[in-house]
Write a protein that binds this ligand. Sequence first.
Ligand code: SIN
Length: 291
Amino acid sequence: MTQALKIRRLAGALGAEILGVDLSQELPAGTIAAIRQAFVEHQVIFFRDQALTPAQQMAFGARFGPLNIHPYVSGMADHPPVMEVIKEPEDRINFGGGWHSDMSFLERPAIGSILYAVDIPEFGGDTLFASQAAAFDALSPGLQRTLESLNAVHSAAREYSAEGNSAQKRKSMAIAEADGLAGEYVHPMVLVHPESGRKALYVNPAFTIKIQGWKTSESKALLEYLFEHCRYEGFTCRFDWRPGSVAFWDNRSVWHFALNDYHRQRRHMRRVTVDPWPVGAAGARFVEGVA
Ligand code: SIN
């Protein structure tokens, strides 16, 4: 049975804080089902005052699906699915400092990401989130229908190439370059959420490289229009981290952007990323809407 949660919404389009849950515990199935329901409904959910070891963060994430091993960013030596997202005082660039949807460059993109704050700067370092479901809803029915008939090509090549922001050398994170390795994967430009049925735009400035079957110039024009539209402030919420805060966002309907406004300070987060269940797996019942 799904357990009722105390939920406080943060903004009009997306985002809610969940109160009174200790994520370090092995939570009953009813609580996990309620968290999953809140995650799908609010698109990004937040928890405060948690104390999670890497193993506990992995155990919580694994309740929602298999954990992803990032193809370019090294995980912790003893906990490979846990990525340490760190900016040291001497680093200039941060990780995730542009609008994106995690792992859209994979054949089966991640469904969610769970980020835990270890060390937070005295000021700055917030993360922005933008609802791509709200962005889709706000388009005209005509453009919605056009986009629903289109697919886009996604790749890590640009972002993780030698010049790409994500692969820039830094003291704090071990990130490989994707040159020659990154594949191209085609996804619908509008995703129908497998759990809620709600439609969302599924293109992002970091990893969407073109519209399938369109000329580069045509593709660029429409994608630029959409990227501008998708980050309208009415579709966003902003989260101010404290040590022990957790954000869990739905990559199928949310973009996020880690603000880089805290130079000469340290910020240290840990992320686990949840993949979709393999088709037909026991846990896939969530995706099929049975649970
Ligand atoms: C990320 O893009 O996963 C990092 C987000 C953040 O550090 O706020």
